[in-house]
Design a protein. Sequence first.
Length: 255
Amino acid sequence: MNFYIDTHAHIYLEEFDADRTDMLARAIAAGVEKIFMPNIDHTSIDRMLELELKSGGSCLPMMGLHPCSVKKDFEKELYQMENWISKRKFSAIGEIGTDLYWDKTFWEQQQEAFRIQVGWAKQHKLPVVIHSRDSLDQTIELVEQLKDENLTGVFHCFTGTEEQAKRIFDLGFYVGLGGVATFKNSGMDKVIPSLMLDKLVLETDSPYLAPVPHRGKRNEPAYIPLIATKVAELKNISLAEVQRLTTENATKLFS
């Protein structure tokens, strides 16, 4: 497979309104042929689905409620997500999970929303795309409690330890590597060499977390080869091998 897949990019956001067509052309020129788009909440759905239509099938939507959008009225949000899932096919349930970085107020609600959405994933036989900022151990534990033969998915933006990766792999889950893999002081240079190649996928999390040398600027899918190059260097394998394996893995994950 001589192309890349960006497994996580919010390219429907307003950060791309000025140059979205050019941004997608740059992605194709860089060899990125598919881009998976995680939903955030009810406010992002229309923009995401509009981009799916305009892209001719290269930009594929997920459906889910981001943990940072889980508030007191999260059941209302979930009702809208569930309604969409009943109406049409999505590539995954996502972006779901937990977040203890910004606000710990709705921690119980985040866990409840996660459990409900994992239930949808099992019912519809879809993978889950998991956010776990400052809550990786807690989220792995949640998945361990909920795991059965119908549950698979990816821990996106993985920045954890070798031990945490092992727990994730033991669950049959994948890890998504993004721009942080290229950051000098991220510690990922110590972790990536030990990661299982058949459980790695690439992502940008655009417009966030741009890889070196674009760190601090807007991220975009065309930067996937920069992440792949770093992974190849750290795993001591060829760039072509990283491209082939991560694309095969993403295809399997989102089958």
